[in-house]
Design a protein around this ligand. Structure first.
Ligand code: SF4
Ligand code: SF4
Ligand code: SF4
Length: 206
């Protein structure tokens, strides 16, 4: 009975991990949450395929999230997890490998190599930008930004010649507070890749 109870607790823990990972939309973020929670809890370190595999997989997943990954990282994640699935001593290691392998099947997973995260959950792959035509220069975003990443001057009725509000990307921590307060749909979340490509085209034309 005590053994059964222990098994149940272990099962619940793995289920909880999956539930937490499933709260994310991005398959790479789901994988990171799963492996992080697994490493922090149930992973006991008794067998090499699971312990080494989980740590190594995490390193590769982080590279995808940070925008530093290559095709080789995805190949390695697949290889490691396939090995974990077969050679791990217990179901916990196998379940972890299975979950991550399922995520790698989504095209959004490999899409991170080219700098896209369609769910906008990986901050290295997104940027907040201000659409000048929509901006009324109310200054609400300026007040909301705790990182001093927005430049611009609030509109005063008796003055003219304002500069458009702008987000200084180097300072922006992607917290998303500005977009919440803008009532004029003047702040947009875009793919970081989209901006880089536009800049490159602009540079070629000039
Ligand atoms: S597969 Fe099981 S026994 Fe092996 S390290 Fe992972 S949790 Fe421990
Ligand atoms: S909150 Fe919106 S409209 Fe107001 S200054 Fe910022 S971007 Fe412009
Ligand atoms: S996302 Fe956060 S840090 Fe970036 S400009 Fe908006 S409020 Fe500032």
């Amino acid at each position: 009975m005590i053994q059964e109870e222990k098994e149940e607790i272990k099962q619940v823990k793995m289920k909880d991990i999956q539930a937490k990972a499933d709260e994310k939309k991005c398959p790479v973020q789901k994988s990171l949450v799963f492996v992080d929670e697994f490493l922090a809890g149930p992973m006991c370190g008794r067998c090499f395929p699971c312990s080494f595999g989980s740590y190594e997989t995490r390193i590769r997943i982080k590279r995808l999230i940070d925008g530093n990954a290559t095709d080789e990282d995805i190949e390695t994640i697949n290889k490691i997890c396939s090995h974990m699935l077969v050679a791990s001593f217990c179901k916990k290691g196998k379940d972890t490998a299975k979950y991550i392998l399922e995520q790698t099947d989504y095209k959004e997973f490999s899409g991170h190599i080219s700098g896209t995260c369609p769910s906008s959950e990986c901050v290295a792959h997104i940027k907040y930008v201000i659409i000048p035509e929509n901006c009324t220069m109310c200054g609400d975003c300026l007040d909301a930004c705790k990182d001093n990443a927005i430049i611009g001057e609030k509109k005063k009725p008796y003055l003219t010649g304002y500069l458009t509000f702008e987000i200084v990307q180097k300072r922006c921590t992607k917290c998303g507070e500005c977009i919440k307060v803008c009532k004029y749909e003047a702040i947009k979340l875009v793919s970081a890749k989209e901006i880089t490509e536009k800049k490159a085209v602009g540079a070629q034309r000039s």
